[in-house]
Write a protein that binds this ligand. Structure first.
Ligand code: THU
Length: 123
């Protein structure tokens, strides 16, 4: 599964976004190391700050099924991930983050490239 194929899955998932306030439909598709997919969408709320991004929905679905950081290989998104989601991508130790740029091209990065010197809880 290439990054572009994952982005195409994310674009299909975006049709289920619940985004009545922004009308900005976001989809994310997570590929696990054992070959499963967890798709997510943004879910907004009338109390605007309570909305959740597509990436976090997809990762939370995987977490709910028992997956843990290191179990998630790649994620495709139909938009560039926001700063908060970049911290989630760092936490979950993805190998590959692929997304569709505004110009239609596919971007492929590691979480470290998207969040240099990422923060971890000091032990
Ligand atoms: N959004 C995402 O789902 N992921 C991102 O990485 C960027 C922003 C959503 C949140 C909100 O529902 C809408 O896009 C507009 O900000």
């Amino acid at each position: 599964m290439t990054g572009e194929e994952l982005v195409i899955r994310a674009e299909a998932a975006a049709a289920n976004a619940y985004a009545p306030y922004s009308n900005y439909l976001v989809g994310a598709s997570v590929l696990t190391r054992d070959g499963r997919f967890f798709d997510g969408v943004n879910v907004e709320n009338a109390a605007y700050p309570l909305g959740i991004c597509a990436e976090r929905t997809a990762i939370a679905k995987a977490a709910s099924e028992g997956l843990r950081p290191g179990d998630l290989e790649a994620i495709g998104i139909n938009a560039s991930p926001c700063g908060g989601c970049r911290q989630w991508l760092h936490e979950w130790q993805f190998e590959l983050v692929a997304f569709r740029r505004e110009d239609g091209s596919i971007a492929e990065y590691s979480p470290a490239a998207l969040l240099p010197d990422g923060w971890d809880l000091p032990t």
